[in-house]
Design a protein around this ligand. Structure first.
Ligand code: GTP
Length: 661
């Protein structure tokens, strides 16, 4: 007998189907035309759209009939024989482009949330937000098409902007976090203007405007020398910008040291390592568990401890604030909360600090360091934070973390955005542009010393210009690491580029943009000197060359730390030496085969960049270097605990560092 049909149509399966259909309908209405969406994909950051996507999304947002218009096709022509990368601008083009940007910067706006009241229905609210958003997108499109401006990929998903609107409405102090290596790239001036225009959370006209405050927090300040921070401080002072330097990485290192010191003193006192008890309210220490892993391993080598003793290092404007100093600054900068009174006359109980910024500038790390705990997941992949979160920092402060947002900006190139860590490297389709920028910004000697490579360049006598190009750098890197393309075994430049770009973004290859009117070369001179000192003892990887015809030979070059072009005499000498002493010559590095000399894996050998130079010139490990620098700068801070988080239990989380989820 066939099984009886279930006569009840309201089973779980039907409920799921109904739910999906409802979600899909809502999504259609909210601005994304795709239908298979759940709550996370609604918040997916959309910074790059194909023409068709853009066309359909615009049509969807408009919710009306549309007529397709033919777009003008721009052809970028490159003169034959030019060494200029077609994905980058020439020097002249860059100057005129920047000038044009400066003149038109007021036209780049953050989308505003239209005024709203509690009496509006959700549908009305939705409709007016979509209309305003569409107008905003049209404005940017006309900037691109009519005025021929090139814009950076910017956030196009209305849902993500809605997150920003909510964060701004809730916050009393809006902290814009920027990356110290390029603060102006990450600073959105219009956001600061918008903060002053934002209406109150109650949506009643005039209740919130002009009351919120802004602060520019320059995170990753550990990557700047004290002198560089002073130069930036001069610039920000001139512009009347409220700013502070901070390093979430230094703060985390200090917190870890505090935990280790506490653990060591417990052990010294002979305390049994039993199940940890709930911490006592009267103690300062907040946590006793630790996985011993630093979140900032990749950038660990950059601490300018010796700089802190210089006159620039003693300039209070250039000081890298500690966590407690930053918290104090929030309080000092806070507006009077009584002006934010709700209609019932009650003032807010806590200061709400909104944290806003581009992806990957370190918002989550800053929050973690403020909390002294890992509460927000940190990743080197941009765009990890998807939804805004509120976190109680203390009895008086609440943090509000906004997802990373790519604000509209005039573009120089997409390559710049990859270098700035705004666009994910794993989605990089064109690698020569970003690699050419790295080769232009980091001197040849530093590239060679960092990777232990010898980069061959075309000298003037050979018809070249003696400069490192993306191509010869990537080829040297790929050969040194044994990255070959399947098939003919040619060097895999695309793969090499991905590794190099990750190193650039995580600051293993460090370049800092100077304030306007300060030349690049002088600004980064000390940074490059320190990088050279750090890798001074690093050996060069052998270069494998294949000659032509009967003369074909494979040889390795001597290990040297200089990169002078070889004369024919030394060429012969080398050849002689290596052919006769092939047993002595180093073997090329083969991935997975252990150390470069064929011995077993050691961290020092495989990751030699994780060394740093101490004040006395000695090479010390990254974490020790960071700590030395932080301690030099904050004498006595090891004992400085934070009372208000002692109860938070640390949840062990994968850092995501070095991996892409
Ligand atoms: N050197 C250095 N690196 C830092 C610092 N703060 C964060 N980083 C690194 O920057 C990367 C991004 O940090 P996150 O805290 O995840 O950045 P986020 O702004 O929250 O990123 P989204 O989640 O994409 O919005 C990670 O690789 C961090 O290790 C710092 O003060 N110094």
């Amino acid at each position: 007998m066939p099984p009886r049909r279930d006569l009840n149509p309201s089973g779980l399966g039907r409920a799921i189907i109904n739910r999906k259909a409802k979600d899909a309908k809502r999504m259609q209405e909210s601005g994304m035309y795709i239908s298979d969406l759940d709550s996370t994909s609604r918040l997916k950051s959309v910074t790059q759209e194909g023409d068709l996507d853009e066309f359909l999304n615009t049509a969807q947002l408009a919710g009306t009939d549309f007529t397709a218009e033919r777009r003008n096709v721009k052809i970028i022509q490159q003169s034959a024989g030019s060494s200029q990368n077609p994905y980058l601008l020439s020097e002249q083009e860059e100057i005129s482009t920047l000038q044009k940007h400066q003149e038109n910067k007021k036209r780049l706006r953050v989308p505003r949330r239209p005024a709203w009241t509690r009496s509006m229905t959700p549908a009305e609210l939705e409709k007016q937000e979509k209309t305003a958003f569409l107008d905003w997108r049209r404005g940017l499109a006309s900037l691109q098409e009519e005025d021929n401006f090139l814009l950076t990929p910017f956030e196009r998903n209305l849902e993500v902007w809605r997150q920003l609107w909510r964060v701004l409405e809730r916050s009393h102090l809006v902290v814009q976090i920027v990356d110290a290596r390029n603060p102006l790239r990450f600073r959105c001036e219009d956001l600061e203007e918008y903060v002053h225009d934002v209406e109150g959370a109650e949506g009643e006209s005039g209740t919130g405007t002009g009351k919120r405050r802004c602060l520019l927090l320059i995170n990753k300040a550990d990557l700047l020398t004290a002198a560089q921070r002073c130069q930036w401080a001069d610039y920000f002072d001139q512009q009347g910008i409220q700013y502070a330097f901070f390093s979430a990485a230094n703060a985390a290192a200090l917190q870890q040291a505090r935990r280790e010191a506490a653990l060591a003193s417990e052990e010294a006192a002979g305390v049994e390592n039993e199940e940890p008890e709930e911490p006592d309210d009267s103690t300062d220490e907040e946590d006793d568990s630790d996985d011993g892993e630093s979140e900032y391993e990749s950038a660990d080598e950059f601490y300018f401890s010796e700089e802190e003793d210089s006159p620039a290092g003693r300039d209070p404007r250039a000081k890298v604030l500690s966590v407690l100093e930053l918290e104090d600054l929030f309080q000092k900068m806070a507006p009077d909360l009584s002006v934010f009174s709700a209609p019932n006359g009650k003032s807010p109980e806590k200061l709400i600090v909104g944290l806003v910024g581009y992806p990957n500038v370190g918002k989550s790390s800053t929050i973690n360091s403020l909390l002294g705990e890992k509460k927000v997941s940190v990743s080197s992949t941009p765009g990890k934070t998807k939804h805004f979160q509120t976190i109680n920092l203390s009895d008086t402060i609440m943090l509000c973390d906004c997802p990373g947002l790519v604000f509209p900006q005039f573009a120089t190139t997409k390559a710049d955005l990859i270098c700035d860590g705004v666009l994910p490297i794993d989605q990089m389709k064109e690698h020569t542009g970003p690699a050419a920028l790295v080769a232009k910004r980091i001197p040849k000697e530093v590239l060679e010393a960092t990777y232990g490579l010898t980069i061959k360049v075309k000298l003037v006598e050979e018809g070249g210009d003696g400069k490192v190009t993306a191509e010869n750098f990537l080829i040297a890197y790929a050969i040194g690491r044994g990255y070959t393309r399947s098939g003919q075994g040619n060097p895999d430049e695309a793969r090499a580029a991905r590794y190099v770009m990750k190193d650039y973004v995580t600051a293993k290859l460090l370049y800092c943009h100077p304030p306007p009117a300060i030349p690049d070369s002088s600004f980064n001179e000390r940074t490059h000197e320190l990088a050279l000192a750090r890798y001074a003892d690093k050996k060069r990887a052998p270069v494998t060359r294949v000659g032509k015809g009967a003369d074909t030979f494979v040889r390795t070059e001597p290990l040297s730390t200089t990169a002078a072009p070889q004369s024919s005499k030394s060429h012969d000498l080398d050849r002689n030496f290596f052919e006769n002493n092939s047993a002595l010559s180093p073997r090329p590095f083969v991935q997975g085969s252990g150390g470069q000399d064929g011995t077993s894996f050691t961290r020092m050998r495989v990751y030699p960049h994780q060394n740093s130079v101490a004040d006395n010139g000695m090479v010390i490990s990254g974490r020790r270097a960071r700590l030395a620098s932080v301690l030099a700068n904050n004498a006595g801070v090891l004992g400085e605990g934070k009372k208000h988080h002692k109860k938070i239990k640390r949840v062990k989380q994968r850092s995501g560092k070095g991996y892409d989820d």
